[in-house]
Design a protein around this ligand. Structure first.
Ligand code: DX5
Ligand code: ZN
Length: 219
């Protein structure tokens, strides 16, 4: 199956958001990756519901929301109503992860769980069949433009084994510091979806950069 590219809107020009969304619509990107930060779970605040609503008015592809907030279960219905397709919560932010995953499913969204760099993938073993998407953070969450943590490759391989052992259909997403330099190696290790923020939006031709990343990932 083709490997997917999810540009991270966090790195877009917020004063020209509609232009950047149309660029993604007309590109070879597969998903819109949308980072919501609360200033508590992570040391940064990005944007909230009104901005997501505005993005969704123009976005013509899958809306992949990455919640970097405490107690994300408080907002499951809200994100469903805003047109979210994939809702990813952090393992470290959920006391009752199994219950939260059921609630996301009941709200007709795909379930996602993100792991901080220090969180071992084996902690997902008992819920892996409930998860549509695992987001392995390859930087510490909170900011775009950080450098990639090399230990990620090992985590991908370990997670892939857990998925196969449990006959699960979970996709593996990598988030942080992704470029054309590590894309192929990430895919070869077992990744299915690559998130890229600064690499795409800070480039001279974002649409061409997406095309190049898509080709690199699927070579
Ligand atoms: C970081 C976010 C990422 C971020 C990636 O907390 O979850 O999605 O936008 O940005 P880059 O690709 O610049 O590392
Ligand atoms: Zn993200």
């Amino acid at each position: 199956m083709s490997k997917l590219i999810a540009p991270s809107i966090l790195a877009a020009d917020f004063a020209n958001l509609q232009r950047d969304i149309e660029m993604v619509n007309n590109s070879e990107a597969d998903w819109f990756h949308i980072d919501i930060m609360d200033g508590v779970f992570v040391p940064n605040i990005s944007f909230g519901m009104p901005v997501l609503e505005a993005i969704n008015r123009h976005a013509g592809k899958v809306i992949d929301v990455h919640l970097m907030i405490t107690q994300p279960e408080r907002y499951i219905e809200t994100f469903a109503a805003l047109g979210t397709d994939n809702l990813t919560v952090h393992y470290e932010a959920c006391t009752h992860l199994h219950r939260t995953l059921q609630a996301i499913k009941n709200a007709n969204m795909r379930t996602g769980v993100a792991l901080n760099p220090h969180t071992n993938v084996s902690l997902l073993e008992d819920v892996i069949t409930e998860i549509d998407l695992v987001c392995i953070m390859s930087v510490n969450p909170g900011f775009g433009g950080q450098s990639f943590i090399e230990n990620t490759y090992k985590k991908i391989r370990q997670l892939k084994e857990i998925i196969l052992d449990n006959n699960a259909t979970t996709q593996i997403q990598i988030d942080g510091g992704v470029t054309d330099k590590n894309a192929k190696q990430l895919i070869d290790a077992g990744a299915d979806v690559l998130v890229a923020g600064s690499y795409v939006f800070k480039s001279a031709n974002p649409s061409e950069t997406i095309k190049h990343l898509k080709e690199t990932a699927n070579a």
